[in-house]
Ligand binder design. Structure first.
Ligand code: ADP
Ligand code: ASP
Ligand code: MG
Length: 413
């Protein structure tokens, strides 16, 4: 008997009618003889509404209580889905993350899973029932408090459960047909990929392709979980995320990702001395700030600027530790620029193809986009640009590499 984990995102369970349609799909999987585990997100917009209410009450709500509040969205979904299945004669039980054995560290708002003990789910499946799990949440072994896994964290709940239960597949049901060569909301002719490797998907997600939370891809890669990203509104095949060997396409470039959720921090006139960068970034790490791109120039007259990008929500935390440290080490001011965005080109083939970065930069220059920062990995080139130019930049790069859907020649034949 196959074990299938299905995850339904916020739009897919967005209202009662959609919830009923999800119940039909789950029933279909159950009837086909699969042991079915369903992970649900909060109904579309719910998490944002809850965040809004919390910030209307407090500018810095206690993190423990914020997690308590946010996890309620997923609990609404799980109970409603269990009722919809009961209505169809399918026995289903819902479980919170804690009941499902999702054990995390104690970092509220972006907890990491440290252990999985899904004995209750296994029992539920063995009894022939469907198990429904509230996504995006766990419980800290240390504090016993409820935690959340970061925005988009239901993907990670699903992949982690698939790994722990040895599932045959983890299906991520969403509001687009799969993983595209760029966000289909921005690039009209973006093309759906049939398959993408874990490595490429990791880069795409880390660079802002929100269709899969980056930690879910990490989990998938580390445990060899086959992930199928597909639409909950059709039965079409979506995109398979798996090992490089599974890739059916051999394109040089997989896609373009973008991210407008970060800000740029610059520490000016940092003394060019051994250990200074290590001090700056150790402080940021201690404060639990997620640093992304880092750029340091060659020093002039014994000092240099160091810039990095961090999530906008973490800017205050970052400046609070950097400002006193900058003074202490004899550096200049800490400058914040929130009007930036990141655009990244990803593809395993670029390892062996020279000239990819040059072609990307020339496409950006033709589109009149100024590049503020550059960073690369073996399979990625990322740039930071003005926030207002991000969408133009994505389209320009996507076009330059001919990533779009092939259009039929007009008047051909
Ligand atoms: P869900 O609520 O189902 O988790 P998300 O909003 O988190 O859905 O993720 C799906 C969205 O991700 C799509 O609607 C799309 O706008 C966005 N997205 C960004 N980049 C990509 C990409 N490369 N391929 C597909 N979708 C993408
Ligand atoms: N509901 C959470 C969010 O909106 C988690 C998720 O949907 O994956 O981020
Ligand atoms: Mg999501």
């Amino acid at each position: 008997m196959a074990i299938v984990v299905q995850k339904y995102g916020g739009t897919s369970v967005g209202d009662v009618e959609r919830m009923k349609r999800v119940a039909d799909r789950v029933q279909r999987s159950h009837k086909a003889g699969n042991q079915t585990v369903v992970v649900v997100s909060a109904m579309g917009g719910t998490t944002d509404d809850l965040v809004g209410m919390a910030s209307a009450i407090s500018s810095s709500p206690p993190q423990r209580e914020l997690d308590m509040l946010l996890t309620s969205g997923e609990r609404i979904s799980m109970a409603l889905l269990a009722m919809a299945l009961a209505e169809r004669g399918v026995e289903a039980k819902s479980f919170t993350g804690s009941q499902a054995g999702i054990i995390t560290d104690e970092v509220h708002g972006k907890a990491r899973i440290v252990d999985m003990t899904p004995a209750r789910l296994q029992e539920c499946l063995d009894e022939g029932n469907v198990a429904i799990v509230a996504g995006f949440q766990g419980v800290s072994r240390k504090t016993k408090d409820i935690t959340t896994l970061g925005r988009g964290g239901s993907d990670t709940t699903a992949v982690a459960l698939a790994a722990a239960l040895g599932a045959d597949v983890c299906e991520i049901y969403t509001d687009v047909d799969g993983v595209f060569t760029a966000d289909p909301r921005i690039v009209g002719d973006a093309r759906k990929l049939d398959s993408v490797s874990y490595e490429e998907m990791l880069e795409l997600s880390a660079q802002g392709a929100g269709v899969l939370q980056v930690r879910s891809v990490e989990f998938g890669r580390n445990h060899g979980v086959r992930i199928h990203v597909r639409s909950s509104f059709s039965y079409r095949t979506g995109t398979w995320v798996g090992p490089q060997e599974d890739k059916v396409e051999d394109a040089i470039i997989s896609g373009v990702a973008h991210d407008t959720s970060e800000a740029k921090l610059t520490v000016q006139h940092v003394p060019d001395k051994v250990g200074v960068a290590s001090q700056l970034f150790a402080k940021l790490a201690d404060a639990n700030v997620n640093v992304d791109m880092i750029v340091q120039n060659v020093s002039q007259e014994g000092a240099t600027d160091i810039s990095c990008t961090v999530p906008r929500g973490e800017v205050d935390k970052a400046t609070a530790v950097l400002e006193p440290l900058a003074k202490q080490i004899g550096a200049g001011d800490v400058i914040v620029d929130s009007d930036i965005g990141k655009v990244a080109l990803v593809g395993a083939g670029m390892k062996t193809h020279p000239g990819v970065a040059a072609k990307m930069f020339s496409a950006l220059s033709d589109a009149g986009v100024n590049i503020q920062m550059i960073s690369t990995s073996t399979i990625r080139v990322s740039v930071v640009v003005d926030a207002a130019q991000v969408e133009d930049a994505v389209r320009a790069v996507h076009d330059a590499f001919d990533l779009g859907e092939e259009h039929e020649e007009q008047g051909a034949g």
